[in-house]
Write a protein that binds this ligand. Structure first.
Ligand code: NDP
Length: 451
């Protein structure tokens, strides 16, 4: 079959077989748009129906999560785990707890995860999970009861050689602790390698917490270097104020850049002196308050209620942007603002934060653009390093682990850049990432036969 026919027929079948899952459709389309060149060069992928197979999860688990709130009422949530592709290793990918989570959300994230994990060069397959549970406003005891109920079902589907979940939106160190505690209790074994993002004293890895944000900044640094630039002296916008955003800001400041804006789902803060990371962490992580509290306590900072952080680009020139909150948060109008404000690089700290229209505008304007599957792969890569430490019952120092992370991000950057060169689109990180990730998984799938 002709390559374009194979791509469009498979995409039509994905739409028909997965109705209403718009984010999943978007993620598949984004990868497929990059594949015509590679399928023309290697028709064996078409002959072996790799496209159809890669879009069909190996297993999808949906379960009821009953729990009792502090007032004694029974609450019901829905739990998901999509085990998408294990050609390269055990399924690996985070759990998201957010009221917006549907099966299609988990499938989009799981699909992205396959190629991201392949790009790291490490032996990990792709999966993702989560629940429509909203951790906001819940007490610690409610979070614990929910996590225990969630793991009571999930435990039978995971294992260090099967499927290794981690955190994502709404799932940080506290939640991983409760989940791991329940897994340990049910299985009566201290199987550290079953979850990553654990605390340092009970099997976690140094630098895992910081890894996604740091890794996104390392990747951006390499992109900037390709144009003879560096973070030193540049002004930056970072959306979000969670795990990824916080450590991205910290590393940008360490490299001499200045982050003048951050946000949460309620609004944004403009801080021309540069975001104070310690205050941000105190507000968001310790007090679990909203970002307006940051603006109220910080001299010279302004709160922009209900506005995305990109609005700051109307008044303030910025050279770099790291969307690090959630999917489809940077649209075409925001892309125009950033281009007019002089942005030279955009790196996706979050998964699919840039809409297809915004991505097109940025790329057409010659902005260096790093897709999430490359830019935010440092988190899962360091999770794989945590698995290595667990398997060898060892724990590495912070400097060594960060050096490994930096080396992995450099490797991902090289893989994307070299693949883009090989396919005649130099500097196109979207094509480079999609093709490099796809070919690694597809070759393994071919080798393993029709399974
Ligand atoms: P957190 O829960 O720690 O933080 C998420 C941040 O994004 C919060 O500031 C949150 O604001 C904001 N946010 C969430 N939903 C929305 C929304 N609908 N509109 C505006 N802001 C929103 O999550 P992470 O930092 O871990 O994850 C952020 C992104 O990075 C996600 O796309 C995730 O998939 C991706 N990612 C995370 C990795 C990790 O290691 N943690 C690894 C790779 C990718 P509020 O507090 O108001 O909810």
């Amino acid at each position: 079959m002709a390559v374009n026919g194979a791509i469009s027929e498979t995409y039509a079948s994905v739409l028909a077989r997965n109705p209403g899952e718009t984010e999943f459709h978007q993620a598949v389309n984004e990868v497929f748009e990059s594949l015509d060149r590679v399928l023309e060069k290697h028709p064996r992928y078409v002959d072996a129906s790799i496209l159809e197979r890669i879009c069909e999860p190996e297993r999808q688990i949906i379960f009821r999560v009953p729990w009792v709130d502090d007032r004694g009422r029974v609450q019901i949530n829905r739990g998901f785990r999509v085990q998408f592709n294990s050609a390269l290793g055990p399924y690996k990918g985070g759990l998201r707890f957010h009221p917006s989570v549907l099966l299609g959300t988990v499938k989009f994230l799981g699909f992205e995860q396959i190629f991201k994990n392949a790009l790291t060069g490490l032996p990990i397959g792709g999966g993702k999970g989560g629940s429509d549970f909203d951790p906001k406003g819940k007490s610690d005891a409610e979070i614990m009861r929910f996590c225990q109920s969630f793991m009571t079902e999930l435990h039978r589907h995971i294992g260090e050689y099967t499927d290794v979940p981690a955190g994502d939106i709404g799932v940080g160190g506290r939640e991983i602790g409760y989940l791991f505690g329940q897994y340990k209790r049910i299985t009566n074994s201290y199987e550290s390698g079953v979850l990553t993002g654990k605390g340092i004293t009970w099997g976690g890895s140094l630098v895992r917490t910081e890894a996604t944000g740091y890794g996104a900044v390392f990747f951006t640094q390499h992109m900037l270097e390709s144009r003879g630039l560096a973070f030193d002296g540049l002004d930056v916008l970072v959306s979000g104020s969670g795990n990824v955003a916080t450590y991205a800001i910290e590393k940008i400041h360490a490299l001499g850049g200045r982050v003048v804006g951050a946000s949460d789902s309620g609004g944004s803060v403009y801080d021309p002196a540069g975001i104070d990371v310690a205050l941000l962490q105190d507000v968001k992580e310790v007090r679990r308050a909203r970002i307006d509290a940051y603006a109220a306590e910080r001299d010279g900072a302004t709160y922009l209620p209900g506005l995305p952080v990109w609005e700051i680009a109307r008044e303030h020139n910025v050279q770099v942007a790291l969307p690090s909150a959630t999917q489809n948060e940077l649209d075409e109008s925001h892309a125009k603002l950033l281009i007019d404000a002089g942005v030279v690089a955009v790196a996706e700290g979050a998964n699919m934060p840039t809409t297809p229209g915004a991505t097109r505008l940025l790329r057409e304007a010659g902005v260096l653009f790093a897709p999430g599957k490359a830019a935010n792969a440092g988190g899962v890569a360091t999770s794989a390093l945590e698995m290595q430490q667990n398997a060898s019952r060892d724990s590495w120092g912070a400097d060594y682990t960060e050096a490994r992370l930096a080396e992995i991000m450099q490797g991902i950057h090289e893989r994307c850049a070299e693949t883009a060169d090989e396919y005649g689109v130099p500097g196109d990180y979207v094509l480079g990432a999609n093709i490099a990730g796809f070919t690694r998984v597809a070759d393994a799938m071919l080798a393993l036969g029709v399974i």
